[in-house]
Design a protein around this ligand. Structure first.
Ligand code: SF4
Length: 329
């Protein structure tokens, strides 16, 4: 029986943090044993916003793939590759571009949101507007039947499904419609209480040493209304509680912290120190694995080469079907 095929990718942003690990990679670890997985580095997607300064992309790819391998992504189980290695993505992107109405792209909520949110870069480009078309090509070129997405991202896949339907309607049933594989993504907040992100400078990186982690956690914002030790706090608005007690504490420990906070019988330092060793312990094996991978620079190249070969085989097969369906062969 076919295991089903999963496709997922990440933009190369360099070293990864706890948000990537618990939000995405922990899920990939499960998926790689349940499905045939294709995990790709979305380096062309990185260019939709970083086209003017692509220098960092090469090193970012390497760092990111090392992190993937360090957390346990198994390149024998999953094909790990760079999007730009597989030129067929670009061919399919061009063909899908022919059939995608402009209005579908212009009404895309992410497009509008990012245009207003990302400042300092001119994003009024064809590539940025068209990125959902490239994203669709990335998915359907592997005839992936499942794409893992968090609940709030489910609408993003809808456009890909629409483009797929349109292709199948015009040229025959070449592609399965990609289904969402809804995943529970824990809320991972950074040291300043905002979503954990490298660009906010609030992240706990997978490469951080215990002393660095400790420093960041002890400085992390808590319930801002709890100004003094004797003030009762509210764990429900405390970014530390929301993230770390929920990730690492069992129910009795969470209940204890909740009560201690609400009655001001524990201070924030004590509360944080009760979780800190578990966080450090969680990340320690990742750092050890990274050291071994960094010691042999050929590992990443070999992984991408083999993953690229497997991805290319699948993509090439699909493109034969596409060309035949469109009368291009
Ligand atoms: S005691 Fe714990 S839960 Fe309460 S505000 Fe401080 S860090 Fe947050």
């Amino acid at each position: 029986m076919s295991k089903g095929r999963v496709l997922s990718g990440m933009r190369p942003t360099g070293r990864l943090h706890l948000g990537h690990y618990r939000g995405v990679l922990a899920n990939w670890l499960k998926l790689q044993s349940e499905y045939e997985c294709f995990f790709f580095v979305a380096d062309w997607h990185a260019l939709t916003t970083d086209y003017a300064d692509p220098k960092a992309i090469k090193e970012n790819i390497r760092e990111m793939v090392i992190d993937w391998l360090s957390v346990g992504i198994d390149p024998k189980a999953a094909a790990v590759f760079r999007q730009s290695q597989i030129k067929e993505h670009a061919e399919l992107y061009v063909l899908l571009g022919m059939i995608t109405p402009l209005s579908w792209l212009e009404r895309n909520p992410t497009y509008k949101e990012q245009l207003s949110e990302i400042t300092g870069k001119d994003l009024h480009n064809f590539g940025f507007l068209g990125y959902p078309v490239l994203q669709t090509a990335d998915i359907i070129i592997y005839k992936a039947d499942r794409v893992p997405v968090g609940v709030d991202q489910a609408p993003h896949l809808e456009l890909s499904r629409e483009i797929t339907r349109r292709f199948n309607h015009l040229y025959g049933e070449v592609f399965p419609e990609p289904a969402t594989l809804l995943t529970q993504v824990p809320k991972i907040l950074g040291t300043d209480g905002r979503k954990m992100s490298k660009s906010y400078n609030n992240a706990i990186f997978l490469t951080d040493e215990p002393k660095v982690i400790e420093g960041k956690i002890l400085q992390m914002v808590t319930d801002t209304a709890r100004k003094r030790r004797q003030d009762p706090g509210n764990p429900d608005v405390c970014p530390f509680f929301i993230t770390y007690h929920n990730l690492y504490s069992d129910e009795p420990a969470r209940a204890g912290a909740r009560e201690g906070c609400a009655k001001a019988s524990i201070g924030c330092i004590e509360c944080k120190r009760s979780v800190l060793p578990k966080l450090i312990e969680d990340l320690a094996p990742i750092r050890t694995a990274r050291a071994a991978i960094e010691a042999d620079p050929s590992i990443v190249d070999a992984v991408l080469k083999d993953g690229g070969r497997r991805a290319h085989e699948a993509a090439n097969k699909t493109m034969h079907d596409v060309r035949r369906a469109m009368g291009l062969e």
